[in-house]
Ligand binder design. Structure first.
Ligand SMILES: Cc1cc2nc3c(=O)[nH]c(=O)nc-3n(C[C@H](O)[C@H](O)[C@H](O)COP(=O)(O)OP(=O)(O)OC[C@H]3O[C@@H](n4cnc5c(N)ncnc54)[C@H](O)[C@@H]3O)c2cc1C
Length: 274
């Protein structure tokens, strides 16, 4: 029988997790593994965690996405180092604004202001860090906020979330989603509904990262190896609808659905093998 052939697109943590899942089988002595090719468009592996001194474009002309920098303690953008002595505005109300604002503060920004449309972080920020409501409009370097207040800034950083963009895929295979904990059309968060031979890893809002990528990769591997059978299309749809309905009803889905979806993963059979 012809060997199964697998293309892994991207050698960031998700792609590497998938490679490691198969490597674990190889090391355990499993023969007849699929033929696997991993494609990475940057010079090196690692994705966001590729430790490079480069910013802007790499030598292939591809944007450098990595955020690694010296003395890194969390993967925030190294560009934060560039705002020392400046008044910086961050637009966004979630972990990117929080992380990047903290990094800018730590690396000597004159002031850090975070604008968000709903609520506040509720933190006791240091003296030169403050919060503002939504951004209304900008005149030159002066920003007008929705409460009528104004302030001049040297730099504005948009922390308004991930955009899912797969320009290299044909329309019928392209996942259409926003940043959320349960993207529609991915059975168990990874198998593309209209063609489950297409697997997306790491598409959930990234509250869990590496552990989640591993759980997904090991599960995907066992389906590919035939150890786990996927249900038929209608049953997959039913399962996804149940999760989507639940997600829609929860007042704070990020707190509750994560734990349950992990529990679902842990009960699957991928635990039994290497
Ligand atoms: C600013 C920022 C800070 C973050 N900080 C943290 C943190 O502190 N801790 C944490 O756990 N997570 C953090 N994350 C989450 C981060 O997304 C994950 O840790 C992880 O990098 C995701 O892995 P991935 O492989 O899915 O994607 P990526 O790391 O983005 O890797 C994708 C890879 O695919 C390659 N690629 C893309 N298109 C193609 C193509 N057509 N052909 C070939 N290769 C392609 C890219 O070049 C890249 O190497 C952060 C994310 C951001 C944006």
């Amino acid at each position: 029988m012809a060997k199964t052939k697998i293309a892994i697109l991207g050698a960031g943590p998700s792609g590497l997790a998938q490679l490691r899942a198969f490597e674990a089988l190889r090391k355990a002595g499993v023969a007849d593994l699929p033929e696997i090719v991993c494609y990475e468009k940057q010079n090196d592996i690692g994705g966001m965690w590729n430790y490079t001194w480069r910013t802007g474009l790499d030598k292939n002309g591809e944007p450098v996405h990595g955020s690694m920098y010296r003395y890194l303690w969390s993967n925030g953008p190294k560009e934060c180092l560039e705002f020392a002595g400046q008044d910086v505005l961050l637009v966004g109300g979630s972990y990117s604004a929080e992380d990047i604002g903290s990094q800018c503060y730590k690396y000597g920004a004159k002031s850090v202001t975070i604008s968000q449309r709903s609520g506040t972080f509720g933190y006791a920020w240091p003296e030169n860090v403050s919060e503002k409501p939504g951004l209304d409009h900008i005149d030159g370097n002066v920003v007008h906020f929705t409460d009528g207040s104004t302030q001049a800034f040297d730099a504005i950083i948009m922390c308004t979330g991930y955009q899912f963009h797969f320009p290299f895929l044909p329309d019928e295979l392209r996942l259409d989603t926003h940043n959320c904990l349960y993207p529609d059309n991915l059975y168990k968060g990874i198998f593309f509904q209209s063609n489950p031979k297409l697997i997306y890893l790491g598409m959930q809002d990234q509250w869990f990262t590496f552990n989640m990528f591993d759980a997904q990769a090991w599960y995907a591997r066992d389906v590919i190896m035939g150890k786990i059978q996927l249900p038929d299309e209608a049953s997959r749809r039913k399962d996804m609808d149940a999760w989507l309905q639940r997600h829609g009803q929860l007042p704070r889905p990020w707190l509750e659905i994560k734990d349950d979806s992990l529990e679902g993963f842990m009960s699957l059979k991928f635990k039994e093998v290497a």
